[in-house]
Design a protein around this ligand. Structure first.
Ligand code: SIN
Length: 282
């Protein structure tokens, strides 16, 4: 059995805020414990890690994901045949909507939002379709002390039914379970969470799902949220990943947001995605 050794890895940062490309590793081969620990360490340090030229079948992709957590089913989209934990995110040539095409943390309307998610590029457009990521530790640390003090005491309400993000799911929900699509899922989380592994504080509101602060009126919440939605994705907190076929992105959903860029109309982009179970934010 071939086991990937940590000596084979290279880690190359792609931006100042977050993001690193990991090279010299074949993810179709079984990973030993030290390799898994080293990749996990890179995820915690860089928040979004990327691999190139990985030839992975659905079962190998799932095996890779299982080394880092428990794959779970996505609430609104049915998995591919034989693999309920893998969803296909495809934008066809004639479609205009880009699944998840606004800044967000994944499914924060769940009581236990995912610890991370992985995407595997099956087909990419000849240009465009990059994914942006934003570091929410830096976003929190970039606020003034009084603003951090206010947010430290607030609880954010998150919904699956905010209009902007619901629209981005429309094309894919035709394939999905109609009953699930009609449900609104709601959850309350601290506006600033403490990362369970690093202990660092990260801003935990997002444009796609956060509707208001608990106990505040909409009129009170909206100006603060509008400010935060802009602040938390300032260019200096972001990186941009340019896809090639067989690239993988793995991000830490507890401290990073993402946003796929919808700039490739007329071309097909197809990804396989796995979501890993998380815990209740504190
Ligand atoms: C998503 O999972 O939000 C989609 C990301 C992408 O397609 O790049």
């Amino acid at each position: 059995m071939s086991v990937t050794s940590k000596r084979q890895f290279t880690v190359t940062r792609i931006a100042g805020a977050l993001g690193a490309e990991i090279g010299g590793i074949d993810l179709s081969a079984p990973l030993d414990d030290s390799s898994v620990a080293e990749i996990r360490g890179a995820l915690l340090e860089y928040l979004a890690i990327f691999f190139r030229d990985q030839e992975l079948s659905a079962s190998k992709f799932l095996e890779f994901a299982r080394a880092f957590g428990t794959p779970i089913e996505y609430p609104f989209v049915r998995g591919i045949d034989g693999y309920p934990e893998i969803i296909e995110i495809t934008k066809l040539e004639h479609e205009r909507n880009n699944f998840g095409g606004v800044w967000h943390s994944d499914t924060t309307y769940l009581d236990e939002p995912p610890m991370g998610s992985m995407l595997y590029a099956v087909q990419v457009p000849p240009f465009g379709g990059d994914t942006l990521f934003a570091n929410q530790y830096l976003a929190y640390e970039g606020l003034s002390a009084p603003m951090r003090g206010i947010l430290d005491g607030l609880t954010a309400v998150n919904s699956s039914a905010k209009a902007d993000v619901t629209k981005t799911r429309e094309d894919m929900m035709r394939e999905a379970d109609g009953r699930a699509a009609q449900r609104e899922l709601l959850s309350e989380h601290p506006a600033v969470r403490t990362h369970p592994e690093t202990g660092r504080r990260a801003l935990f509101v997002n444009f796609a799902h956060t509707t208001h602060f608990k106990g505040m009126t909409t009129a009170e919440s909206t100006p603060i949220l509008d400010f935060l939605f802009q602040h938390q994705v300032k260019p200096e907190y972001t990186c941009r990943f340019n896809w090639r076929p067989q690239s993988i992105a793995f991000w830490d959903n507890r401290a990073a947001q993402h946003n796929p860029v919808n700039d490739y109309h007329g071309f097909r982009r197809s990804m396989h995605r796995i979501t890993l179970a998380g815990d209740r934010p504190v």
